[in-house]
Ligand binder design. Structure first.
Ligand SMILES: [Zn+2]
Length: 297
C-alpha cells in the first residue's frame, strides 16, 4: 500500500529512517516548518532552515525514493519571540512562492497568548494571499479550548474550512473538527497522545472522511514508521482496505493538492545525483534507477 505521511520533521531524522520508511511503503511526505527545540536568535536562522527544507532535505528524501514537500510558517512557539517574529513574517511571502511549498504551517496556538492569536490571523491572511491551504497545530495544554478557539478564528476570518487541516487531534477534539468542513490530522506517538489502537477505534466510530494520520516524528521520542504501523492495526481491527487507503493516501493527496503544487509523477532514485555539489553517500556504491513507487502495491 502506498503511504503518505503528512507531518514529519525529517531534518531531525537519519538516512536509516529514510530507508526504513521507503521499505514500509512511505512514498510521499510533508515536512512542516516548526520549532527546533531551542529558540533561534536570528531571523537568518529561519531563512536557512526554510532553504534547507526546500533544498537539501528534499534532495535527501529523493535519494531514497521518497517525494518530499514542505509547509512554511512562523511556528506557534516562536511567534511569542519579538526578536524574530516580525522578521520571519516578512520573509514568508518570498518563500511561499516556491515550488515544493504545499501549505502555510505549522501555525496555531502553543500557550494560547494574544500574540499567538494575532500571528495566527496574519498567517491565515498570507495563506489566502498565496492561495495555499493551512496546517494548524493544536496545543498540548488545554487542547479542547485551543481547538475551539482555532475553529472560531477560522469562522471569524471566513477562511475556507476545506483549506484547513487541524492537527494532533484526540477523542475530545475530533468531533469538534468534523462538525466543521476542516480536515482532521492525528499524530501517532510511542507513549503519549494518540496511539494506533485508539486511532483505529476513532476510524471505526467516525469513518475515514477528512481523517489523516501522521507520525509527527522529530527530534523527540517519536517513530517515523507510525503511519505504516497504524495501517497494520487498522487492518487487523477489520477496517476495510478502501477506508485505510483513503486515510493514508487519498485524503492527504486531496488536501495538499489544493496548493496546485503536489506533483506526484514518479522519479527514479539516482544516488549519483548531487545537491550543490554534495551527496548523501559516504563512498558507498550509488543506487540508481529504482522507480520511486517500486514499493507500492
Ligand atoms: Zn510538528
Amino acid at each position: 500500500m502506498k503511504i503518505f505521511d503528512p507531518h514529519i520533521h525529517m531534518t531531525s531524522r537519519t538516512t536509516d529512517d529514510y530507508a526504513r520508511m521507503a521499505a514500509a511503503g512511505i512514498d510521499t511526505i510533508v515536512e512542516p516548518a516548526f520549532w527546533l527545540g531551542q529558540p533561534r536568535t536570528h531571523v537568518g536562522s529561519f531563512e536557512d532552515y526554510f532553504l534547507s527544507l526546500l533544498g537539501w532535505e528534499r534532495f535527501r528524501a529523493s535519494q531514497f525514493g521518497i517525494r518530499h514537500f514542505c509547509t512554511l510558517a512562523l511556528n506557534p512557539k516562536e511567534a511569542n519571540d519579538p526578536a524574530v517574529a516580525e522578521g520571519v513574517l516578512a520573509l514568508l511571502p518570498k518563500y511561499l512562492e516556491k515550488d515544493g511549498v504545499v501549505a502555510v504551517g505549522e501555525i496555531g496556538f502553543d500557550d494560547q497568548t494574544p500574540v499567538e492569536e494575532m500571528i495566527l490571523c496574519r498567517q491565515l491572511e498570507l495563506a489566502r494571499a498565496h492561495a495555499l491551504p493551512v496546517l494548524i497545530h493544536t496545543p498540548h495544554r488545554d487542547k479542547v479550548r485551543g481547538t475551539e478557539r482555532t475553529l472560531a478564528i477560522l469562522r471569524e476570518q471566513a477562511f475556507p474550512e476545506e483549506m484547513a487541516l487541524i492537527d494532533h487531534n484526540t477523542e475530545e477534539t475530533l468531533p469538534l473538527v468534523l462538525a466543521t468542513g476542516c480536515w482532521a490530522g492525528h499524530s501517532i506517538y510511542p507513549d503519549t497522545k494518540m496511539d494506533e489502537a485508539r486511532m483505529a477505534a476513532l476510524v471505526k466510530r467516525y469513518g475515514p472522511q477528512r481523517i489523516l494520520v501522521n507520525s509527527a516524528a522529530d527530534w523527540g521520542v517519536s517513530d517515523p514508521l507510525k503511519v505504516p504501523k497504524t495501517v497494520e492495526v487498522m487492518r487487523a481491527s477489520g477496517i476495510s482496505i478502501d477506508a485505510i487507503e483513503r486515510i493514508v493516501w487519498h485524503n492527504p493527496v486531496a488536501f495538499f493538492a489544493q496548493s496546485g503544487r503536489l506533483g506526484l509523477e514518479s522519479t527514479p532514485i539516482d544516488q549519483r545525483a548531487l545537491h550543490e555539489g554534495n551527496s548523501v553517500l559516504r563512498g558507498q556504491s550509488p543506487v540508481v534507477a529504482v522507480a520511486a513507487d517500486a514499493s507500492a502495491s
